[in-house]
Every structure is written in structure tokens, then in C-alpha cells.
Design a protein around this ligand. Structure first.
Ligand code: G4P
Length: 531
């Protein structure tokens, strides 16, 4: 396939795609930056639109909020807009860390990420986790150090923290002039120009630009700050690596921008970096070969399944990343896992400003496919070829509950409900010896969502009891004999996930360590790939 010339129109359209997500610890400013990017991209007219969605989305343990979130996040999951002739897909990730598994999967569908760091707080827990996930695929990262209008930490200190904790080289592209009340703007190292800061939420015009760091006008304007900046820049030129596109694309170096999202400052530079530097869709590993994005045959994979607005119909949307070719409404595709054909009609395509039904999409774009249970996370669709896209992870859950019924006659429904919700990725489900169903989650809120959905969608009233499980490990065996011996000895500690893979359910860290020591040839895995 690699030596056939790609259809020129498709190639042109694919190269104009930029598909990315914003990652950050809660409160660092992801929602604000999302909104400002949409504003600068011309996709929304008014600041406040995304914020309003967020407040409706701020998941608490109150069920109504969760319900609202499910509805709203279908429409705001993908925001597509045009900027300088490019088509940008911004994939939203759930704000609440209880849904972080969802975030991890969304990150498998992007080609780049913008990492927002709160300049007062530096690198925080959730950022570390999310960056680890990006690293699995060497996703290029653009860094935005936000909230410079506040009293924050020294920029050099922030950079070395990012480098040390996140193990990624920083290449500052802009450099702050002052901070807090004395924040004057940034010096753009590549353009040798100062961008002057003015506060204000609604303003859209570009910042005032003053060329040349030695321009005497800067001494007049910033008599208190400019010397420090010149010294800093000298130090940076000596000590800091210059930005290198190849290093960025390999995921080893991150260009760093300083700014203030709420004041619209630094946002334009992020958008420009996405256009100029972030990669268009890249070839993807589909098992037996790499798939090129501009190949004519359509292919892609499901990375997220979302219950739709109307829970009574159990209608779900499968979010599908196109990896090659072009989607057209009504096309026939092969559902590789199920081994059968299906028709892709009325898929949702996304626009940020309103829900316009576009009916095409190319590699890099996301489409939403109405799904009645036939599609699972990780499923590949093609135009006939047997492919399987790789890399969507399952993570070992951190909390466990045993599901028990109030009405024992409903056990079939419970089984069906949990199987389907497990396949959807709402929660992880393990079946133990004797048919006991065990649920595993990353966040407490996942249990509440599942309990409520079992009630609404499957008419099952289930009680979740605490389970004496510390963690789960997926197992691999060197040979059949070892497997049989292990199964015999550890029968009580074993379970199967929704895809029938065997897991070891450890009661404690100690228990896991002892078992691993006793069975050195058995592989114990904290993650596994879908499919
Ligand atoms: P998140 O999605 O990452 O959770 O963060 P979000 O954008 O909601 O921002 C978290 C808080 O930080 C918000 O304040 C927001 O206004 C503020 N913020 C974002 N960017 C900046 C910035 O550049 N400078 C300053 N000073 N603050 C910023 P809040 O009080 O929680 O919410 P709100 O009442 O302002 O909406």
C-alpha cells in the first residue's frame, strides 16, 4: 500500500487536520483555554459558553449532575473548527478524575496534546498520570504555563520541575516579563519580539508587538523588569536547548509558552504552534501493517462509548477515530471483530459552534456512530481488510465492589447489564468462580453511575458491597501446564474480564508480591490492550 500514490485530494485534506486534547490537573485552566481556543478559532462568539457547560458538568455525587454530564458531553466531546485553512479537532476529556479511564482512551485518538500547568502550583498529580499515558505513544506535547497574572513560581524553577518530574525536555518559546500585578507580557524567543500584556476577558485583538529585545522602547515601557528578562534570555540562550521540531514530534521535547488563559494572553501562540508544528494524522499500527492516513480505503477504531441522552433506549454513541480514507454517509464497512458488514448511516460529525450535520470526514476526524451494543471500545472498522488498531489501554482498577441483587430472580438482567456496561467501558467487570460479579473502577463516581444505569436501563436494583480486593493483574502463561497448575492452586483468586481474559485478584500488595514470587514464569500485567 505504501508505494501506491495517495489520492491527492485526500492527502491534501488529511494534511490539514490537527487532532489534539488538552491535559491538565483540575483547576489549572483547561476549560478556560478550551474556550479561548474556540474563541480565537472563530468557533464561538462569546466567552462563557464552554464555562457554562463546565458548571453544568461539574460532576458531584449527585445523580442529576452525572446524568446531565452524560447528555452534555456527547455534544461537547469533539469540537471541530477551521483555523487558517486547517481543520482542528479538539477532543474533550472528562474533568472529573473519577472518569480518568475515559481520558486515557481519548488520548489514544489524538495526534498531539496541550499540557496546561498552573504556574503557581507547577506539576500536579493528574498531569503526571496523563503525561505517562501520552508517553505510551510518544504524543507530541505543547506546554502552556498558565495564570502568569498571579503571584506564581519562578519560571526557571517551573521548567526544571517539568523536566525532572515529567522527564521531558523543555524548550521555552516565550518567556514571561514579570508576574502577578507586574506581569507585562512575554518575549517570544523565536521571533525576537515582545508581546505586551493587557488584561481583560473579552478582547480578541492581537497583543501589541515590539520587535527586538534590545529595543530602547522596552526600557521606557518596562524599566523595572526588562533587565531581568534580558539576563534570563541570555541564560536561556546559553543553557536551554533551542526548539527542535523533530525532537518535539518524537515526544522528547516540549515547546513552552507562558500566558494567562483568562486574559486571552498566549492563546494565539498555542493555536499557531498547533498549526505550524503539531503533526497531521500519522501512520498507525493496525497489527499486521502500518496504515497510512491518506490511503483511500477507510479504516479506524472506537475509542470511547457514551450513553446517549435518552437512557430508555439504551442508545449509545461510539466515538470513532478515522485512521485512513474518507467517511461518507451510507458507506458499508467491515466490523472486524464481529466478522460482519455494517452500514454507516447518519454518523454524527462535529462542529464546535452548533451541531451541524456534515457528512464527510477524513483521517484525523472523529465520527459518532449510533450503537446498540454491537460496537465495543477498541473495535476496528475497515472497508474489508482484516486489521486491528493497537494501543487502547485498560488500566487495573483501584477500587472494587461485589454486585449483589435485591431480587435474586433478576440475575440474568444483572449479568446482561454488567456485561454491556463493561463492554462500553463505564466500569470494569470481572466474573469470579461461582458467577459472583465483581466491579472495578478508577473512581468512586463510576459505581454510582453504574448503579443508577442498572436501575434505569435494565430495571435491576443492585447493591454494591465492599470487596476484599486490592488490585487486579492480567495474566499470561508460558505454557498450558503452568496455566492449569496456576488455575488449580489459585482458583479462588481468579476472575475473567468481559472479553474472557483471566485476571488475578489480589487481596493486598503483599499477597500479590508473594504470588508473583511463587510463580516467576507467569506474567502479571497492570494494563492490557482492548480487543
Ligand atoms: P479546569 O478546566 O482545568 O478545571 O480549570 P478552569 O479553566 O475552570 O479554571 C480554574 C480556575 O482558574 C477558574 O477560576 C478560572 O477562572 C481560573 N483561571 C483560568 N485561567 C486563569 C488565568 O490565566 N489567570 C487567573 N488568574 N485565573 C485563571 P474559578 O474561580 O474556579 O472559576 P470562575 O469563577 O472564574 O469561573
Amino acid at each position: 500500500m505504501a508505494d501506491t500514490p495517495f489520492p491527492p485530494e485526500l492527502l491534501r485534506d488529511v494534511q490539514k487536520r490537527r487532532t489534539f486534547a488538552i491535559i491538565s490537573h483540575p483547576d489549572a485552566g483547561k476549560t478556560t483555554l478550551t474556550e479561548k481556543l474556540l474563541l480565537f478559532g472563530g468557533a464561538i462568539q462569546l466567552a462563557g459558553t464552554v464555562k457554562a457547560r463546565k458548571s453544568a458538568r461539574h460532576a458531584t455525587s449527585d445523580w442529576m449532575e452525572v446524568e446531565k454530564q452524560r447528555g452534555i458531553s456527547v455534544t461537547s466531546s469533539v469540537m471541530q473548527f477551521e483555523y487558517q485553512g486547517n481543520t482542528i479537532n479538539l477532543l474533550d476529556t472528562p474533568g472529573h478524575e473519577d472518569f480518568s479511564e475515559d481520558t486515557y482512551r481519548v488520548l489514544t485518538a489524538v495526534d498531539a496534546a496541550v499540557m496546561v500547568i498552573d504556574a503557581a502550583k507547577g506539576v500536579e498529580a493528574q498531569t503526571i498520570k496523563l503525561l505517562d499515558v501520552c508517553r505510551l505513544r510518544n504524543t507530541p506535547i505543547i506546554t502552556f504555563v498558565n495564570k502568569m497574572d498571579r503571584e506564581v513560581r519562578e519560571p526557571f524553577e517551573l521548567l526544571s520541575e517539568i523536566e525532572e518530574v515529567l522527564k521531558i525536555q523543555c524548550a521555552p518559546v516565550s518567556w514571561p516579563i514579570g508576574m502577578g500585578k507586574a506581569f507585562r507580557g512575554v518575549y517570544h524567543l523565536l521571533n525576537d519580539a515582545v508581546l505586551r500584556f493587557t488584561s481583560g476577558e473579552e478582547k480578541r485583538s492581537d497583543a501589541e508587538v515590539i520587535k527586538d529585545i534590545n529595543n530602547p522602547l522596552l526600557d521606557e515601557l518596562f524599566p523595572m523588569e526588562i533587565k531581568q528578562v534580558r539576563d534570563d534570555v541570555e541564560l536561556l540562550n546559553d543553557a536551554s536547548p533551542p526548539f527542535e521540531l523533530d525532537e518535539f514530534l518524537a515526544g522528547r521535547q516540549s515547546p513552552v509558552f507562558f500566558g494567562s488563559g483568562i486574559n486571552n494572553f498566549g492563546v494565539q501562540e498555542i493555536l499557531q504552534a498547533l498549526i505550524d508544528w503539531a503533526p497531521p494524522p500519522q501512520p498507525r499500527d493496525a497489527g499486521k501493517r502500518l496504515v497510512e492516513p491518506a490511503e483511500a480505503p477507510f479504516s479506524g477504531f472506537v475509542f470511547k462509548i457514551q450513553a446517549n441522552m435518552d437512557p430508555k433506549h439504551r442508545d449509545r454513541i461510539a466515538f470513532f477515530r478515522i485512521c485512513s480514507g474518507r467517511y461518507s454517509s451510507g458507506m458499508k464497512v467491515k466490523h472486524v471483530r464481529a466478522g460482519r458488514d455494517m452500514k454507516l448511516a447518519n454518523a454524527l460529525t462535529f462542529m464546535a459552534n452548533e451541531r451541524v450535520l456534515k457528512d464527510d470526514g477524513v483521517a484525523g476526524d472523529i465520527i459518532g456512530i449510533h450503537n446498540h451494543g454491537q460496537l465495543q471500545i477498541g473495535d476496528t472498522l475497515t472497508e474489508g481488510e482484516i486489521l486491528g488498531f493497537k494501543g487502547i489501554p485498560y488500566f487495573s482498577p483501584e477500587m472494587f465492589r461485589a454486585a449483589r441483587l435485591r431480587d435474586p430472580l433478576k440475575s440474568k438482567q444483572l449479568q446482561k447489564g454488567l456485561q454491556e456496561l463493561g463492554e462500553e467501558g463505564a466500569i470494569q467487570v470481572f466474573e469470579q468462580e461461582g458467577g459472583q460479579m465483581l466491579l472495578g473502577a478508577v473512581g468512586q463516581l463510576q459505581f454510582e453511575v453504574v448503579a443508577q444505569r442498572l436501575k434505569d436501563e435494565y430495571k435491576v436494583d443492585a447493591i454494591f458491597e465492599s470487596a476484599d480486593i486490592h488490585t487486579a493483574r492480567w495474566l499470561t502463561f508460558p505454557d498450558d501446564l503452568t496455566r492449569r497448575n496456576f488455575e488449580y492452586e489459585q482458583a479462588l483468586r481468579l476472575g475473567k474480564d468481559v472479553d474472557g481474559n483471566m485476571v488475578y485478584l489480589a487481596t493486598s500488595r503483599y499477597n500479590l508480591a508473594v504470588t508473583m514470587e511463587k510463580w516467576p514464569k507467569v506474567g502479571f500485567h497492570a494494563t492490557r490492550e482492548h480487543g
